[in-house]
Design a protein around this ligand. Structure first.
Ligand code: HEC
Length: 137
């Protein structure tokens, strides 16, 4: 009896591990999955166009303070592309998942966007960056 229970428990743990592995790509975009310090370095790729922080101003791109979880296209005074404006009106919200999809391939996710950035193809870079952005609510 005791050994049977052991087998059941082992099977449950293994099965749980498999499930955990299967959902890992989605979880990689969870702010808690990334390292904000590493994300600060990744953000150097964005700094030519974006600022983040308490007194951040828009540059070529809109200020990114509080962007995680915010509806798209909401920085006052910034002139968004028609493409982004349309998605914003359709209800796009910058959840970690959506921002992750956008950053993987900006022009693929949002055809017509005026954000000229090739994309971040590495899952870990995106997770770290999102964790960094999440430190500026
Ligand atoms: C060459 C300039 C440039 C670079 C580099 C760049 N962006 Fe952008 N970004 C823009 C512009 C311009 C927009 C506005 C896009 C539009 O209106 O279609 C934008 C929009 C965004 C938005 C939507 C904001 C909102 O208010 O809806 C996010 C999020 C964003 N960028 C994140 C990033 C991140 C993170 C990086 C670095 C990995 C990055 N961008 C790199 C220029 C840039």
């Amino acid at each position: 009896m005791a050994s049977r229970l052991g087998i059941v428990l082992t099977a449950t743990v293994l099965f749980g591990g498999v499930i955990g592995g299967a959902v890992a790509p989605a979880l990689a975009l969870d702010p808690s999955a990334g390292d904000p310090a590493a994300g600060e370095k990744v953000f150097r790729k964005c700094q030519a166009c974006h600022a983040v922080g308490a007194d951040a101003k828009s540059k070529t791109g809109p200020a990114l303070t509080g962007v995680i979880g915010r509806p798209a296209g909401k920085v006052e005074g910034f002139s968004y592309s028609p493409a982004l404006t349309k998605e914003a009106e359709a209800g796009l919200v910058w959840t970690p998942d959506k921002i992750g999809e956008f950053l993987t391939n900006p022009k693929g996710f949002l055809p017509g966007t005026k954000m000229s950035f090739a994309g971040l193809r590495k899952d870990q870079e995106r997770a770290d960056l999102i964790a960094y952005l999440a430190t500026f609510p």
